[in-house]
Design a protein around this ligand. Sequence first.
Ligand code: GTP
Ligand code: MG
Length: 443
Amino acid sequence: MTRISSRSGLSDTIAAVATAPGHAGVGVVRVSGPEALAIADALFAGRRRPSQTPGGRFLFGGLLGAGGERLDEGLCLVFRAPHSYTGEDVAEFQTHGSPAVLGEVLTRALELGARTARPGEFTLRAYLAGRLDLTQAEAVLNLVEADTETARKQATLGLSGALGERVDAVARDLTLTLSSIAALLDYPDEGVPEEERQTPLARAETELEALLGTAHAGRVANQGARIALIGAPNAGKSSLLNALLGYERSIVTPIAGTTRDYLEAGLSLAGVPVTLVDTAGLRDTEDIVEAAGVQQAVRLAGGADVVITLSDGSQPREALPLELPPTTRAIHLRTKADLPAAWTDPEVLEVSAATGAGLPELRERLGTELLGDVSRSEAWLGSERQADAARRALEHVRLARQLPDDLASIELEEALLALAELTGRDVQDDVVDAVFRNFCVGK
Ligand SMILES: Nc1nc2c(ncn2[C@@H]2O[C@H](COP(=O)(O)OP(=O)(O)OP(=O)(O)O)[C@@H](O)[C@H]2O)c(=O)[nH]1
Ligand SMILES: [Mg+2]
């Protein structure tokens, strides 16, 4: 059971502009709650009154100001509880996408008794009405914010409930084990047959591990990743950045020490939003500007999701003057592969920014580093909140597998609580609030 039924202020009628600020062909004002259709009657003049219109229909007509003057013409979409996004009566007004029109229509809805919706409140109502679980609500947010194909695909999967189903399957295995333990509680000498307990638990553990294995990919798909280009001066960092981008973003010259400040550029790699960071070539230098750039490069390498190290393949090989932490995801490159090679190394990928050789292989390697080898057709964990709950559930399941029956039950109850928090079936207000705070108003 959800413990948030006591949440106040959810029985009133809310309104918001649902489309992004700015000028557009069409804009939408949403009104949801018990008064939505009464407000629509006063705000909209069409062939029929919205309150007399069946759900799932739309009317064409005029949007009216306080004095009955026409603010704009457009559509009124009528939805009736429980067949709407929020589960409540909803009126959606499609107007011309002008900030002035949308502002006046919203103001009129507020004068007529609606209050301004809080960020994410439409989706919060859908969640409280049981139309979405919390993983689906988070998928809505990820879908609204999706910039790339991978993010969109995962959000769509999450929205379909696929993630919730994966979690529910684990919860069923835990419940199954709990009930077989409970059934034998009256016969303490017997205990639960080992395989009856271990099989579903092993399955639950494997699935939780698999789910957690998707957390990194999910984070990268939704939030993007930073990739730093690191190497000695003249290694070809700026040339590679330009080659990956397909345009001349960074200055390239034969002079060592060309790039001093760092420089960022966005692109989509493996369907993931990526920020490429070009940095100053690493070397000891008396020049205080260049030295500051070198320091920055070291810091940027530390904060990057993936570090690409570049070494000039046409010059005698030099060690990278930087130690990367062992946890760093790094890809090592031998650059300028179009020139005669001064060294080779089978461990190192060869690229040429000049001819484009090796770039497809580099893109593929980056895809693997960014997303891992997770299946793209399965639902991934979509937020740090979800990963944290899954991690706690896994810890309890692992403990349960090592403990005697009575103690194992306690761990399994805890694991189930963590899973219920993940899906939002049993969750504290503050967790729910934190989820919906990230939404925009109107969603
Ligand atoms: N033949 C050839 N020359 C390259 C290639 N990549 C870079 N160069 C040349 O190498 C020199 C240095 O290239 P940059 O891209 O500026 O190197 P960098 O690592 O950014 O250098 P700093 O900014 O000084 O740290 C330039 O003269 C480039 O034209 C390549 O793939 N093939
Ligand atoms: Mg450079």
